[in-house]
Design a protein around this ligand. Structure first.
Ligand code: FAD
Length: 533
């Protein structure tokens, strides 16, 4: 006898929907969440300036038309507290609290072949058995602090943006060092600069950022998108990025340069990253085409930042636009015109150590009262490896993926029966509107479990052949684009020692969904059922 049909790890967008979907399908389910609240990303990342960069009308659940109609987003890109309120509202509305155990970390899960079940152990010393083990632990949840010599000796406080104190931090009158200039660094920097005595931004890699043009939704806009939400969501499901984007359908290299400038300028004025990169068909596949958009963006930096030397240092080079997550901010570049902000180039003079009163680079010392790390995550695999997951024969997941993560359709992996991952490696998750990808994964896994039950089957596991074929396809599709060409967290380059593998599916959300549906319709082609292929 197993205790539960399904154990879910995590209660962010994925885990919250998973418990609802599984219970609604008649399954017994329980989620364990390490935090003392739900919300995942939007619970932990409460740093000032945190907000989504996919519009709220897209970055929200689509599974309930009633929810969609009753909830009103205040802005195009709402800030973290509002998204967290939304997720708590969802838990209230669908009565999900009894299914979620907070303050409990899943420490391990091992497959028991005789019982055809997972034994899941938790930080409170308890264990529970379940037929299926579903990781909704997040693709960006295991945070990363760089290993800087002397950090322990630092006398001031230091913070990682993903573990921001709930009571907030007052930087008024402080000299603050910020390490990291990705999506988060770009969001938090202007907020700190507004109050700090001085902000030193330590930049290793300059990133491309487009404006948000964030603003409240007009009542007329909300009425319009709510009046055709069903139709709109369907367009999103079939789209490339999980957000309907209208492009010209033509390559930029075939367009008259003045038309290109006009369109880019229009999209720059309108704000948002996806419409910008979706403007032409070749921007993410041809370096020459990408150079056109890169130069347009560098020109915008030069016209915004007063000091030409600082502007040049802020101009990203050496990798294609979009190959690192495209950042969004309305005030990041202009922030460098403030007298209390300095940009420190740690590409040419890296940080050597931290001393009790500040940070030392190979050329200078910076006296600081506080340090902020916006240094991101051990993406995709970090949260999975943080659990001791052991599959058939007791093989650790870490060992199975020693040379790089490998998963069939991004949801399951050979040697680990009845294990499912929401937004796992090999899926389009981090290259999409993630909420849409989450819903698709959860629904696919739910339908799979329900189907197995109806068929009287107990176990499911991908064959190595199907998995290898899928990962080869993932790789072929990626290699036909510019995506793998940057040292980014997409390839694990931010984590020392991590295998450099590009494991995200960049063939588009719509085609990916079609493939998943085709596999299901064929009786879960590529999977072994009850150990039989
Ligand atoms: C600052 C920031 C901004 C972002 N903005 C966007 C955006 O605009 N658009 C977009 O599409 N995506 C964005 N993302 C990606 C975002 O992570 C996803 O959109 C989405 O919120 C992920 O939800 P999730 O539930 O899968 O994972 P998470 O939200 O990461 O939740 C996972 C949960 O699992 C818990 N957990 C992990 N391991 C364990 C364990 N062993 N035991 C128990 N609990 C565990 C964690 O505590 C966490 O609460 C952003 C990410 C960050 C960090």
């Amino acid at each position: 006898m197993v205790d539960l049909d399904v154990v879910v790890v995590g209660a962010g967008f994925s885990g919250i929907y998973a418990v609802h979907a599984f219970r609604s399908a008649g399954l017994t389910v329980k989620a364990f969440e390490a935090g003392d609240g739900i919300g995942g990303t939007w619970f932990w990342n409460s740093y000032p300036g945190a907000r989504c960069d996919v519009e709220s009308k897209d970055y929200s659940y689509s599974f309930s038309p009633a929810l969609e109609q009753e909830w009103s987003w205040s802005e195009r890109y709402p800030a973290q507290p509002e998204i967290l309120r939304y997720l708590n509202h969802v838990a209230d509305k669908f009565d999900l609290w009894p299914l979620i155990q907070l303050n409990t970390r899943v420490t391990g899960a091992s497959w028991d072949a005789d019982a055809a079940a997972w034994t899941v152990t938790t930080s409170d010393g308890a264990s529970v058995t379940a037929r299926y083990f579903v990781s909704a632990a997040g693709c960006l949840s295991e945070f990363n602090v760089p290993n800087l010599p002397g950090l322990d000796s630092f006398e001031g406080p230091w913070y990682h943006t993903s573990r921001w104190p709930k009571e907030g931090v007052d930087f008024t009158g402080k000299r603050v060092g910020l390490v990291g200039t990705g999506s988060t660094g770009i969001q938090v920097a202007p907020e700190i600069a507004a109050v700090a005595d001085h902000l030193y931004v330590f930049q290793r890699t300059a990133n491309f950022a487009v404006p948000n043009r964030n603003r409240p939704w007009l009542e007329s806009e909300e009425t319009e998108f709510k009046s055709r939400y069903r139709e709109y969501r369907e367009e999103a499901r079939q789209s490339f990025l999980g957000v309907p984007v209208t492009g010209t359908g033509r390559p930029v290299l075939a367009e008259p340069p003045e038309d290109v400038q006009r369109l880019f300028t229009q999209r720059w004025q309108a704000g948002g990253g996806m419409p910008f990169l979706g403007a032409y068909t070749d921007l993410l596949v041809s370096q020459e085409a990408n150079d056109v958009v890169a130069e347009f963006m560098r020109d915008r930096i030069r016209e915004t930042v007063d000091d030409p030397e600082v502007a040049e240092l802020l101009c990203p080079r050496g990798y294609p636009v979009g190959a690192k997550r495209l950042c969004q901010s309305d005030d990041y570049y202009a922030m460098y015109n403030r007298p209390n902000v300095s940009l420190v180039d740690i590409r040419s003079a890296p940080i050597e150590s931290v001393y009790p009163g500040g940070v030392k680079t190979t050329t200078d010392s910076y006296d600081l009262d506080a340090l902020v790390f916006a240094t991101g995550f051990d993406a995709l695999t970090g949260a999975l490896f943080a659990m001791d997951i052991r599959g058939a024969g007791g093989v650790p997941l870490r060992t199975a993926w020693e040379t790089g993560a490998s998963a069939y359709l991004g949801v399951s992996t050979a040697g680990f029966p009845n294990l499912f991952m929401i937004t796992g490696p090999g899926s389009p998750a981090v290259f999409s509107n993630v909420v849409l990808s989450i819903e698709q994964h959860v629904e696919w896994v739910r339908d799979c479990i329900v189907w197995l039950r109806a068929q009287g089957r107990t176990t499911i596991e991908p064959t190595s052949a199907a998995q290898d074929e899928w990962m080869a396809h993932v790789s072929d599709v990626a290699n036909a684009t510019l995506f793998p060409k940057a040292d980014s967290w997409y390839v694990g380059a931010n984590i020392p020692g991590k295998p450099r593998v590009f494991t995200s599916y960049v063939g588009g959300c719509g085609p990916y969904r079609a493939k998943c549906d085709e596999v299901a319709a064929a009786g879960y082609a590529g999977f072994a059922l009850d150990g039989l292929t």
